[in-house]
Design a protein around this ligand. Structure first.
Ligand code: UDP
Length: 333
């Protein structure tokens, strides 16, 4: 299949690009490189993917790429994704995430491309009323980021009715880890995610980990999250692509392991893997963090045939460690 990976130079996108290339799909990446890395595309695809630097919101450019590269399906990873920043600067999120997706979908409609896999998020649910969270759980996002992801899911339903564009939204829980060789991985600036921060602290690149909140209603008082290996997320994208070939409609699936780990458990597990103590200090709660976020991924298992193959927390952290210790400063470009 000929796939356009929009935002394919980012963390999840580059891991999906690798799987697509390994599966002998033809991959074109469109990325404005505002947060992504050209080197991630080269390394992930081993030079096989074409990288075009440009915006998802440039409808003329996207339509031209879709037509000239004879694209069959789009995967849409491009988004601003910092919950805190989305509260400070909502304009950036509504523009980057929602407005750009309008342009992208209009380009698809004009070019007659009728399949899209969209990177959604557990943030669409907000504070859960039920754990593990099923897909039909109430959607009440507590951040602008979550609202933009939910708005795009609604948008996809509308483009399906009006233009026949079939879609699958994949609601990621906590993406973590790196592909086994450790040559691609997570490289955000600023880094806000727990596992990379813990490992950068172990490498001496950060002073210490701040544990955000120790008075949550959880067994050890710290937040519980469902960490899912980025390569398992990548597998789900390929399964979604396959399903879109036969299925009509606009649907959504949770992607998680169904098991939660607290901040302290992640820290202890990382200390075991790096075999040294990691400095940590208790800190205030981070605004907007729900106490527990754990996915029910039964629907993805049933309908996509997806089963996480790399579910253990030890394995997830060890794979992230292989990347961070090999490239402590991340990508060079
Ligand atoms: N966290 C923390 N210290 C940090 C970063 C994160 O205690 O420096 C906590 C955060 O409050 C949350 C969990 O780790 O409970 C996972 O946060 P992350 O940002 O990795 O993912 P999120 O769940 O927000 O998508």
């Amino acid at each position: 299949m000929r796939v356009l990976a929009v935002g394919g130079a980012g963390y999840v996108g580059s891991h999906v690009v690798r799987k697509l290339c390994d599966g002998h799909h033809h991959v074109v990446v469109l990325d404005n490189l505002s947060t992504g890395h050209a080197q991630a595309v080269r390394a992930a695809s081993r030079g096989a993917a074409e990288l075009i630097q440009g915006d998802a919101g440039d409808q003329t450019l996207v339509e031209d790429i879709l037509r000239s590269r004879k694209i069959d399906a789009v995967m849409h990873f491009a988004a601003a994704s910092l919950v805190g920043e989305s509260m400070q600067n909502p304009s950036k999120y509504w523009r980057n995430n929602v407005s750009c997706t309008v342009e992208l979908l209009d380009a698809m409609a004009r070019a007659g491309v009728d399949r899209i896999v969209f990177s959604s998020s557990a943030a669409v649910y907000g504070e859960p009323r039920q754990t593990p969270i099923p897909e039909d759980h109430l959607k009440s996002p507590t951040s602008t980021y979550g609202m933009t992801k939910l708005a795009i899911e609604h948008m996809l339903a509308g483009y399906h009715s009006a233009h026949g564009i079939k879609s699958i939204s994949l609601r990621y829980f906590n993406a973590a880890g790196a592909d086994a060789p450790g040559d691609i991985g997570e490289d955000h600036d600023p880094e806000t995610h727990l596992i990379p921060i813990v490992l950068k602290t172990a490498l001496g690149l950060r002073h210490r980990l701040s544990i955000f909140g120790t008075d949550y209603p959880t067994p050890d008082g710290t937040c519980v999250r469902d960490y899912v290996h980025v390569c398992d997320l990548a597998d789900a994208h390929l399964a979604a692509l396959e399903r879109l070939a036969g299925q009509d409609g606009a649907s959504a699936y949770n992607l998680g392991n169904g098991a939660g780990f607290s901040v302290r458990e992640v820290l202890r597990c990382a200390e075991k893997i790096v075999d040294r103590p990691i400095a940590a200090a208790e800190d205030q709660r981070r605004p907007g963090d729900p106490a527990v976020l754990v996915a029910s991924s039964k629907l993805a298992q049933r309908e996509l045939g997806w089963k996480p193959a790399q579910a253990s927390l030890e394995h997830i952290i060890a794979s992230a460690w292989a990347w961070h210790s090999a490239a402590p400063d991340g990508y060079s470009e």
